[in-house]
Design a protein around this ligand. Structure first.
Ligand code: CO
Length: 134
């Protein structure tokens, strides 16, 4: 089992259009990609920085997990995504080792990749996402 890279960092926001404007003004930078992820009810705007990305997520529905996050905590850091070879294998290992999981099985995230969230209480209060990476 190998942690290959920080695939991306997820940030919850009210408006990804506002973020695009911020990046234009501040850095003259356009998004690497934009996508709606139906499964998580979010619109994503991603900026490539070095070998990783910052992914800004805006909820597309009131029952999106990001809507709930914004209500509770406001805008800010949501998760850190780590690329691994095999999401299912890592989940099985962590489950056997007693770590609390949010997703017991991989689901489909941005760019059609397999992803799974691990519970922050097992990882020093940071929400980790495992991703199959590129
Ligand atoms: Co993510």
């Amino acid at each position: 089992m190998k942690l290959k890279a920080i695939d991306h960092i997820g940030i919850a926001v009210h408006s990804v259009d506002a973020v695009k404007e911020t990046y234009r003004k501040a850095f003259d930078l356009e998004p690497a990609f934009e996508e709606v992820v139906e499964d998580q009810k979010v619109r994503i705007v991603a900026f490539a920085i070095g070998g990783t990305r910052l992914e800004y997520m805006e909820p597309t529905a009131a029952d999106s997990p990001i809507s709930k996050f914004l209500e509770k905590k406001g805008e800010g850091l949501h998760h850190v995504a780590i690329a691994v070879d095999d999401v299912r294998n890592v989940l099985e290992h962590l489950k056997a080792a007693g770590f609390p999981l949010i997703d017991e099985a991989p689901r489909i995230g941005a760019e059609g990749k397999q992803i799974a969230f691990l519970h922050p209480k097992g990882f020093h209060k940071v929400l980790f996402e495992l991703t199959s990476g590129e």
